[in-house]
Design a protein around this ligand. Structure first.
Ligand code: PMP
Length: 429
């Protein structure tokens, strides 16, 4: 049945997929439903899910409170073509939880939030150049294609105009060098993932973030934290609350909308004020205000899911629960994989984990991790999926619904997978 779906898929979907990260060769399972930490495919096979809606499902798949809120909203109409109370309540919850969030503007995806934040920063500072760090991901839009994979100065995709590429600067990975580049004073903003590159695949120390933020403050450069992953996951107030460093603007996505499409830019009221429209000031409205329509911005269904999710997350309990299961998973996986005749690094923050084949410890640079051969991880992924474990390149997200029994089964599957892998690679075993 899986083969049937993948054969149909390649006829109508480029590469047979709808998201680059979901590409597997041969094709992976076709999923039909999920509950909590589990999901099932078209053949009725069960999987422990560490993708968790690409990190959007902190509460697990089909959480009852979120599902009920969505069903109620759908009944009332998926779009009411105007302002509605839920968008206000949703923004109020964000403002309550996220330190920098004096004002909030909703978008439909993290990519759109990223695009809007860069436009706001450029409009507010009158500068064009934006700095980003190697390996940090900020969505698939044109300004996000540099510094994604080596060589970092080359875009990760064709099709992006030169002018756009010239308006983004990939800063040196070395913080001292990055700081001295920012000190030239020509950047509108520095955007970064406070977890470190690619949801903490390359961890960033709090002190490193501090240094970058401090130099930005001295030179009129805005700081944008991309909290699409970290928001409402590492702390109810995101990484900015966890680290005690408040950016000027932040991007929120994934958990903010409880697993529905939805995201936001949140930040300082004075910066967000460029989005305002003024009655009686056509010149401001035409030439100075930052333009931002969007049919599905804060649509009632996403707003309902977001509100239901943030109300659950607000007291920190689901985060604590997910964090403690993830800590146990990381610990047990490291123990289980020490016996394997392969270098493997197991690490992570909060409720995510990374398993990187080819490294003994977490990488110091994005270049180090992004230049590793893909072969061993691909083989391991294939074996894990056959054993009923679905991950994001061997790592993933633990949600509040994962249990200790699932951790045990997962560790078992990794142990067997890595024993097989060592044999396949001719490394004893
Ligand atoms: N920023 C970060 C840090 C992300 O991880 C992602 C998505 N994985 C995005 C931005 C883009 O979000 P979306 O996929 O909703 O466009």
């Amino acid at each position: 049945m899986t083969d049937g779906w993948s054969q149909r898929a390649v006829r109508v979907l480029p590469a047979g997929i709808t998201h680059d990260v979901r590409w597997r060769s041969p094709s992976g399972p076709y999923f039909v439903m999920g509950r909590g930490a589990l999901k099932w495919d078209v053949e009725g096979r069960r999987y422990v899910d560490y993708v968790q809606g690409h990190g959007s499902l902190l509460l697990g798949i089909a959480h009852p409170a979120v599902t009920a809120a969505v069903l109620e909203a759908v009944e009332k109409g998926t779009h009411l073509g105007g302002n509605h109370p839920a968008e206000v309540q949703w923004a109020e919850l964000i403002a309550e939880l996220v330190p920098c969030a004096e004002k909030v503007r909703f978008t439909s995806s993290g990519t759109e939030a990223s695009l809007l934040a860069l436009r706001l920063a450029r409009a507010a500072t009158g500068r064009e150049l934006v700095g980003k760090l190697p390996g940090h991901f900020h969505g698939w839009h044109d300004y996000g294609v540099l510094g994604v994979s080596p060589p970092f100065e080359k875009p990760v995709s064709p099709g992006v105009p030169r002018g756009v590429l010239e308006s983004v600067l990939v800063l040196p990975e070395n913080v001292v060098q990055a700081v001295s580049r920012v000190a030239q004073g020509d950047l509108a903003a520095v955007i970064l993932e406070p977890s470190g590159a690619s949801w903490g695949t390359v961890p960033l120390e709090r002190d490193q973030i501090r240094q970058i933020v401090d130099v930005c403050r001295h030179h009129g450069t805005l700081v944008i934290f991309d909290e699409v992953i970290t928001g409402f996951r590492v702390h109810p107030g995101g990484a900015q609350a966890l680290f005690g460093i408040t950016p000027d603007l932040c991007l929120l996505g994934k958990v903010v909308a409880g697993g529905m499409p939805g995201a936001a830019v949140a930040g300082r009221a004075d910066l967000m004020s460029v989005l305002e429209l003024r009655s009686g000031d056509p010149a401001w409205n035409r030439f100075s205000h930052v333009y931002h329509p969007g049919t599905f911005n804060a649509n009632p269904v996403s707003a309902a899911a977001g509100i239901a999710c943030l109300k659950e997350v607000r007291d920190g309990n689901p985060i604590e629960q997910a964090d403690s299961v993830a800590a146990r998973l990381r610990l047990e996986l490291s123990k289980a994989l020490t016996d394997v005749d392969l270098p493997v690094a197991v690490y992570g923050l909060s409720s995510w984990f990374h398993v990187v084949v080819g490294l003994e410890r977490p990488p110091a640079t994005a270049l180090q991790v992004k230049s590793l051969p893909a072969g061993p991880a691909t083989l391991a992924d294939r074996s894990l999926i056959q054993r009923g474990i679905d991950t994001l390149r061997l790592g993933g997200f633990v949600g509040a619904a994962h249990t200790d029994e699932q951790v045990e089964a997962t560790v078992e599957a990794y142990r067997d997978t890595f024993a097989d892998l060592a044999t396949q690679l001719g490394l004893g075993g």
